[in-house]
Design a protein around this ligand. Structure first.
Ligand code: ASP
Ligand code: MG
Length: 449
């Protein structure tokens, strides 16, 4: 069995679903279990409908609801599921009316609304597969993904979920292509819940772990992880294989492809995860496993994080004193502002943040005991690779490549697989170009393509 997850773009229309069906058909011997997101931007639209209802804009909510219904009916034309879609929208409009009457939306009601995207898409994809000659069977994810009651951010109860998955899916997948919605589940009490926005990858990993899949495929619209962020430097190489730790570090420092935390259940069970492009299914994508084979390149990829703010904190009182860092971090912590990078000296601390929502308040508190200066429009460039720890001289190569650029801050991550620098946003492109030239001219063909 393999799990194949297709995101919202991959199932955004009847035509897109047909492309997905073609990809699935080519893999029938591997017994696919297909996990789908809501069609296109449906989840956002559902939440907007609920939002309008809460604000008492009942007409607007109902008009948007009608638009969404018409869209689903249109994309499902000729599949014989109109009645089912109609029933879903009937239920949804009652819910939306209730929300409008109450003028209030609990997290539980939010989940009930946002779950409709995957409830609908999974029904439509199943019907379309059947029409195209695939023997597809629909599973309502709410019967197998059992979660706690932390609505909108629910966590799976793994023992029960794995038990149900193992009981339900393999016998079905032996004869059919199983289709299930991502993102959604239900609580032990039977209320609809969701795993948090973007949760379909998580569903795929949970399902794969629960059934002991041989591979979990995350189908997206890029060829996989690349050696450079294509929005900054197009033309990077595809990374054939990377470790989970590398993928996690790259995601944390800006790579958009996959949030590795969401595939952790699979990695923990040693199930390989592969990122693939549904527009170019012949490309082998990027394989992510707990460990990846070493290559002759010291780094696997260069990630970038834009819109970074650099905060410099200076206090002569820090000299010889203890408790200073604790005091600073306690403030960032209290305002729920994550710190990405950090450098300290005897009397100063420099750090970067990307969420500046609470910066004014944080600054005010720190200024009671230190001087603070803030520089906006910075960017972090992270060179990531497990190999860094085995390869001396990488930092000096990086700095000679960056010799014409003002580097504001440097950090060799404690994880030993990341060297990061902060540069002004204006220097980002040329800095990435220089680093990419330095590290990826003639890359190891076994590791990159
Ligand atoms: N449809 C959900 C969302 O938009 C889950 C997903 O797409 O992964 O957040
Ligand atoms: Mg998505």
């Amino acid at each position: 069995m393999i799990v194949m997850k297709f995101g919202g773009t991959s199932v955004e229309s009847a035509q897109a679903i047909e492309r997905v069906a073609g990809i699935v058909k080519d893999r029938l011997t591997r017994h696919p279990v297909v996990v789908v997101s809501a069609m296109g931007k449906t989840t956002n639209k559902l939440l907007a409908i609920a939002g309008a209802a809460v604000e008492g804009k009942r007409e607007e909510a109902l008009a948007k609801l009608e638009e969404l219904r018409a869209f689903h009916i249109h994309e499902a034309a000729g599949l014989g599921v109109n009645e089912q879609i109609g029933a879903h929208f009937q239920e949804l409009s009652e819910l939306v009316t209730g929300i409008a009457v109450m003028g209030e939306m609990t997290p539980r009601a939010t989940d009930a609304v946002s779950a409709f995207g995957e409830r609908l898409s999974s029904v439509i994809v199943t019907a379309r597969f059947q029409q195209l000659g695939i023997d597809a069977a629909h599973v309502d994810s709410r019967t197998v993904i059992i979660t706690d009651a932390r609505h909108t951010q629910a966590a799976p109860i793994f023992s029960e979920t794995y038990r149900r998955l193992a009981e339900t899916i393999p016998p079905l997948a032996a004869k059919h292509v199983v289709v299930m919605g991502g993102f959604i589940g239900s609580t032990e009490a039977g209320a609809t819940s969701t795993l948090g926005r973007g949760g379909s990858d998580y569903t795929a990993a949970i399902a794969g772990a629960g059934i002991g899949a041989e591979e979990i495929q995350i189908w997206t619209d890029v060829d996989g992880m690349l050696t450079s962020d294509p929005t900054i430097l197009p033309g990077g190489y595809r990374v054939k294989h990377c470790s989970f730790a590398e993928a996690a570090e790259l995601a944390y420092f800006g790579a958009k492809v996959l949030h590795p935390a969401t595939v952790l259940p699979a990695i923990e069970k040693n199930i390989p995860v592969r990122i693939l492009n549904s527009r170019r299914p012949q490309v082998e994508g990027t394989l992510i496993t707990a460990e990846a084979p070493r290559s002759t390149s010291p780094i696997r990829s260069i990630a970038c994080k834009r819109n970074i703010t650099l905060v410099n904190i200076v206090s002569t009182r820090m000299l010889m004193a203890h408790g200073f860092l604790r005091r600073i971090f306690e403030i960032f912590d209290r305002y729920e502002t994550p710190v990405d990078m950090l450098a300290t000296s005897e009397v100063s601390v420099s750090l970067t943040i990307d969420n500046t929502r609470a910066l004014a308040a944080i600054r005010k508190e720190i200024e009671t005991f230190a001087e603070v200066s803030v520089e906006e429009d910075q960017a972090i460039i992270s060179m990531v690779g497990d190999n860094l720890r085995h390869t001396p001289g990488v930092a000096s190569r990086a700095f000679s490549a960056l010799k014409d650029i003002k580097v504001r801050m440097i950090s060799e991550g404690a994880s030993l697989l990341n060297i990061s620098v902060v540069v002004a946003a204006a220097d980002l492109k040329s800095a990435v170009e220089s680093l990419h030239r330095e590290f990826f001219t003639n890359p190891d063909p076994a590791a990159f393509e």
